[in-house]
Design a protein. Structure first.
Ligand SMILES: C[S@@+](CC[C@H](N)C(=O)[O-])C[C@H]1O[C@@H](n2cnc3c(N)ncnc32)[C@H](O)[C@@H]1O
Length: 317
């Protein structure tokens, strides 16, 4: 089975099973679409998909997946050439002494970071090399974070990785096969309205912070993806429902209000089992919600357990 190739924030590792359980049976799904792809944890877990699309607003990220799909061997070859992040910069390449701002570059990592940022600086770049640089930085940067400054430059500092493995050849080859029949797009999530048709499955995983029990709606904020964007997402979900697509959305609990009054959608709290099994610690904490129009009797697995936490916590049976 394929696995994610990149480390990506918001990868949903703890609740992959619950999200997948809400999907309709494979036989009911024509094509699979994932408009907020990131690391694609669900895509890889639930594949192979014989048709569909993936998308993210991050252009270089989606170029990376195009290279993984179309040129995996060339990508691996470039990755094998890289040196350790703390080594000296390669004297035969640009930015071996100073970065674009004239600041000294004394580690190989920072030279590769500068080379990766050619595209946002309007300079010529090679797609395969850029993809290799993204993979390399993802495996050697601080905490596997991906962050860009206002000019679109990747700016995460070097991490501490005594034995970083940035080649990951078998992951790349498996991912390449998983992506073979998939359309790769970059841009706003609403692209999916032009691609999804009846009986397709669309899984949305927008940016959000899982909230703690002390958080409230007012505290929830994401510069990238604010409440207005969340409203727009719920409107797209409704449109997809109207054309007969299966829709599953991961989100944070404050977004419940956008869906709970829609007849066709059900909202589930995730975190149930964790809280029932604990000795009361963290009680009241619901990390995330899953919203879906897939009826409970037509899911890949039984999901009645998803809401046990809420029933237990409020004393309802
Ligand atoms: C929570 S992450 C997705 C994580 C993913 N499920 C995984 O397994 O790694 C959200 C993603 O949405 C992307 N994004 C932000 N705004 C977007 C938009 N308007 N349209 C499409 N993608 C967007 C971000 O770049 C980020 O990769």
């Amino acid at each position: 089975m394929a696995e994610p190739v990149l480390k990506w924030a918001g990868g949903k590792r703890q609740i992959l099973h619950e999200i997948r359980a809400c999907f309709p049976p494979e036989s009911d799904v024509d094509a699979y679409h994932e408009p907020f792809f990131g690391g694609g944890a669900l895509f890889f877990k639930t594949g192979p998909h014989s048709s569909g699309t993936i998308n993210d607003i991050n252009e270089r990220l989606m170029s990376f997946y195009r290279v993984v799909r179309d040129s995996p061997n060339a990508l691996i070859e470039v990755l094998e050439e890289f040196d350790g992040p703390e080594s000296d910069p390669d004297p035969n390449r640009k930015f071996s002494k100073a970065n674009r701002k004239g600041k000294e570059v004394d580690q190989y990592y920072y030279q590769q970071r500068e080379l990766y940022n050619r595209r946002p600086n309007g300079e010529e770049y090679d797609e395969v090399e850029e993809a290799a640089l993204l993979m390399y930085l993802n495996r050697t940067c601080y905490n596997g974070l991906y962050r860009e400054n206002n000019s679109g430059e990747f700016n995460v500092p070097i991490g501490r990785h005594s034995s970083a493995d940035w080649v990951q050849a078998s992951r790349i080859m498996n991912a390449s096969r998983a992506l073979a029949d998939i359309g790769i797009y970059y841009g706003d999530f609403s692209y999916v309205l032009d691609h999804a048709t009846e009986d397709d499955l669309v899984y949305f995983d927008p940016p959000y912070e899982p909230v703690s029990h002390t958080s409230s709606f007012v505290e929830y904020s994401s510069k990238e993806f604010d409440t207005e964007e969340q409203e727009r997402l719920s409107e797209v979900a409704v449109e997809l429902n109207e054309i007969g697509a299966h829709v599953v959305v991961s989100n944070s609990p404050p977004m419940r209000d956008l869906y709970q009054y829609l007849d066709e959608f059900r909202v589930h709290d995730v975190g149930a089992k964790r809280h029932i099994n604990s000795d009361g610690e963290g009680r009241g904490k619901v990390g995330e919600i899953i919203v879906t129009n897939v009826p409970e009797d037509n899911r890949r697995e039984k999901t009645a357990y998803l809401d046990q936490f809420v029933e237990t916590d409020t004393g309802q049976t």
